[in-house]
Design a protein around this ligand. Structure first.
Ligand SMILES: *[C@@H]1O[C@H](CO)[C@@H](O)[C@H](O)[C@H]1NC(C)=O
Ligand SMILES: *[C@@H]1O[C@H](CO)[C@@H](O)[C@H](O)[C@H]1NC(C)=O
Ligand SMILES: *[C@@H]1O[C@H](CO)[C@@H](O)[C@H](O)[C@H]1NC(C)=O
Ligand SMILES: *[C@@H]1O[C@H](CO)[C@@H](O)[C@H](O)[C@H]1NC(C)=O
Ligand SMILES: *[C@@H]1O[C@H](CO)[C@@H](O)[C@H](O)[C@H]1NC(C)=O
Length: 731
């Protein structure tokens, strides 16, 4: 029976084959879980440009195995499929297509059907704010109230007497504690001492007692008010902090102001708010900015990772590197937009809510010489030192009995109201808040009602009659559940930007309103927003050429001038890693991608070493690749793009110690097998790093830093910690 024998033989081979396969899979699996224990070697010489393969032998062997497998796999696939494939696409809704994350089918190239910007040089995909994936994880949140009691104090401006009155509501007070029959009330002025560092030197003056109501002197800008039981001083019924904007009556001596009417400009900032997250978490506010006169710029692409560099460009036109060079004590300092407005005759203001750890005005070179007429920061710091603060997720959430943002909104509303009242000088104010929006992905949903009320209040203060209002953010979410979704790339890179033009401005400058409307779906960046702010104090510049060229980005321009339809990220000075103008195609996670991930981790370690952060932070190792995608070039109209031998990949990977999630955009030269121009600070960190990076201060390095544990370090880690590199070779 030769046939039966042959069948038996075949069966035997099949068994052996599967047996070997199982062992192989098991070995592979074991290898992988062993990776965490790999003892890594001496950090390689930094001067070499080509990456030495420093992996231990078993890892190299594994990579080779993977590569072999993949190559064999590909060959088979190519043979199998001669006819063109139909991509697997699942329609999520009428607007766009959502990728099924669990589906690992590698040929899947889905072209979006809708774009925010759609030109030859830029195809910025539309991402649905209400996609099913988001709605599944969306958890609206409520704000914690800082106090339940009704306000017993308020201030009111007396138009005739030209001062503020402080008024106490006795009925409310007595309801707070029925046992108390008689109260004494006082206020204490909070001074900011005129020293080098006013923010650290607030002074709380002796109490001034009053009954029912009193006038606040001209020099009072912030006070603490309290009422206590007349018979027992320590029984305090209510204690509160109040800030007032005092305007000097200077209307007589500003008669020689320009003939042209100058618009006031108010910038309202919400930290960490993408246009998508804005739509989904703040529907009431979104409705407000959908009214007549508001223009949205949907093609607004951020240009750096974190808050400071984005705001820096928006408000000074500089980038971080330039700032360090230009703002040395020897030079004239930095050119902040507030100075330009001041020179143009504006009254200027600045407010930020995060007193504890200011997101913006840190003790950094250049940042201390922002000079404005009205600055909330010293006042708020004084109040913060006098009243209790409540922190949440590292942000000062409540100061005294109010949300910290409410001081900013109050300050802004008073600023707007005071100058609308006087109306003889235009104002420029920048009002930034991030304590709530930045604390978690969906915390803004609790803020929506408050923010919409705030806008309504500004409307009542007649702000929208005269002023141009900019509602803007620095970037989208950078960690949290949103970063696990397929649209996270866009979520992070497309901040909110809406601009309001008042009726008189639209009729005086119809060409500017028209251009702004046309720019709705064109690519723009922080540099263009900076130019717009400059343009507003030089409205006679009717063409882009009439505004002085911005050295840091000569191709940027005002948003009140028509942007070119064909505009690339390069024209907008947005770097590759932040650019949202291209589609990407999913790659299989083969040995090549794995190796690329390792190279990126090597570059991160090298950067840490050169910046001397190895003294504080552990060395990273690649734990696993999560995703690899290849960039499509626009010229090829959706086909996978090659720039000569350069391929651009977008990689997501995880590192140990447990656990860093990263995303990097790398230009890979296939011929030389090397990564080109990798700018390490531009690599994104996708999960929170607050807890693991407390041993260092630097914002950029924190992304890559896992501080050393208290326990004893391994020998290899000790070596890494002790290494010192003094020469910085060119990349
Ligand atoms: C406000 O009231 C709620 C319930 O009435 C209570 O749980 C909360 O602690 C109170 N908050 C403050 C700040 O008193
Ligand atoms: C005064 O008020 C405080 C706080 O309510 C209380 O602890 C204290 O016992 C009171 N002292 C007198 C003498 O009643
Ligand atoms: C207002 O005037 C007083 C003196 O009259 C001066 O000390 C103060 O600096 C002025 N404030 C502003 C904001 O101009
Ligand atoms: C615009 O006006 C400013 C002064 O208001 C003047 O210095 C500048 O030369 C003018 N520019 C043009 C292009 O007319
Ligand atoms: C960070 O540390 C705090 C306390 O130190 C802890 O409550 C919190 O859960 C930690 N967060 C993360 C993400 O580990």
């Amino acid at each position: 029976m030769p046939r039966l024998k042959r069948m038996l033989m075949l069966r035997k081979y099949v068994f052996i084959f599967f047996g070997v396969l199982l062992v192989f899979i098991w070995l592979n699996y074991r290898n992988k879980s062993n990776e965490q224990n790999i003892v890594f070697e001496q950090f390689p010489a930094v001067a070499k440009d080509i990456l030495p393969d420093t992996s231990p032998p078993n890892l190299i062997a594994r990579e080779q195995q993977i590569r072999e497998m993949i190559r064999a796999n590909r060959m088979r696939k190519v043979q199998q499929t001669d006819e063109p494939k139909v991509s697997k696409i699942r329609f999520a809704d009428e607007f766009g297509i959502s990728f099924d994350d669990d589906d690992d089918s590698l040929e899947m190239v889905a072209k979006p059907t809708r774009y925010l910007v759609n030109s030859m040089k830029c195809k910025m995909p539309f991402a649905d704010p209400f996609s099913r994936a988001v709605m599944e994880v969306l958890k609206p949140s409520k704000l914690k109230s800082c106090s339940n009691a009704t306000d017993a104090f308020r201030v009111q401006y007396d138009d005739q007497a030209k001062h503020y009155n402080l008024i106490v509501d006795r009925d409310i007070l007595l309801k707070l504690n029925p046992l108390v029959s008689s109260v004494d009330c006082s206020y204490r002025k909070i001074d900011t001492l005129d020293t080098e560092r006013p923010e650290h030197n607030s002074n709380i003056n002796a109490p001034v007692y009053f009954r029912g109501q009193c006038a606040l002197p001209q020099d009072v800008e912030s006070i603490m008010v309290e009422c206590h039981d007349s018979f027992n001083r320590s029984r305090i019924l209510q204690r509160d902090a109040i800030i007032v904007i005092q305007v000097n009556d200077t209307s007589k001596n500003t008669e020689n102001r320009p003939v042209e009417r100058q618009p006031s400009v108010i910038v309202l900032g919400l930290g960490s708010m993408s246009r998508m997250n804005f739509q989904r978490t703040m529907p009431k506010t979104a409705r407000f900015v959908n009214q007549m006169g508001w223009f949205e710029l949907e093609g607004y692409n951020k240009m750096a990772d974190t808050t400071i560099p984005n705001l820096l460009t928006m408000l000074s036109g500089h980038t971080m590197g330039q700032l360090e060079n230009r703002c040395t004590p020897e030079s004239d300092g930095c050119s902040w937009i507030w100075s330009d407005y001041k020179r143009a005759g504006y009254v200027t203001a600045l407010a930020e809510d995060n007193v504890g750890e200011a997101a913006f005005l840190k003790n950094m070179p250049g940042f201390e010489d922002v000079a404005v007429d009205y600055d909330l920061r010293p006042l708020l710091l004084g109040i913060g030192s006098a009243l209790s603060m409540y922190e949440k997720s590292g942000y000062s959430y409540c100061v005294g009995r109010r949300l910290s943002i409410s001081y900013v909104y109050e300050f802004c509303a008073q600023f707007a109201a005071s100058f609308a009242r006087k109306g003889d000088r235009p104002v420029f104010g920048f009002f930034w808040s991030n304590t709530i929006t930045q604390s978690s992905n969906f915390a803004a949903s609790g803020l929506d009602g408050i923010f919409a009320n705030y806008l309504n209040r500004l409307e009542q203060a007649k702000l929208f009659d005269n002023s141009i209002v900019v509602l803007v953010s620095d970037h989208g979410a950078r960690d949290g559940v949103l970063m696990d979704l397929s649209d996270s790339f866009l979520e992070e890179r497309l901040p909110l930007l809406h601009i309001y033009l008042p009726p008189w401005f639209r009729s005086t400058y119809p060409q500017y309103a028209h251009a702004l409307a046309m720019n709705h779906n064109r690519l723009c960046s922080n540099f263009d927003l900076y130019n717009t702010l400059r343009h507003l104090i030089q409205l006679n510049a009717t063409t882009p050429a009439m505004l002085p060229v911005l050295a840091s980005c000569p191709s940027s321009q005002s948003l009140l001038h028509l942007l070119p339809t064909e505009r690339s990220c390069q024209d907008a000075c947005v770097k590759e890693h932040w650019c949202t103008c291209n589609g990407f195609e999913r790659q299989s996670l083969d040995g090549e991608m794995y190796l690329l991930g390792k190279r990126v981790v090597y570059h991160i370690n090298r950067w840490m070493l050169m910046q001397r952060y190895n003294e504080f932070c552990q060395r990273l190792g690649l734990q696993d690749m999560d995703m690899a995608e290849q960039k499509m070039s626009y010229e090829q109209n959706g086909r996978v793009g090659m720039y000569g031998s350069i391929v651009v990949y977008r990689l997501r990977f995880r590192t140990y110690p447990y656990v860093g999630k990263f995303q990097a955009t790398v230009r890979y030269n296939r011929e030389l097998e090397s990564i080109e121009d990798l700018h390490v600070p531009d690599i994104s960190r996708l999960n929170s790093y607050k807890n693991s990076s407390e041993c260092i201060k630097d914002d950029v390095a924190k992304k890559f830093c896992f501080c050393y544990p208290k326990s004893k370090l391994s020998g290899a880690m000790k070596e890494w910690q002790a290494q010192k590199i003094s020469t910085v070779p060119a990349f």
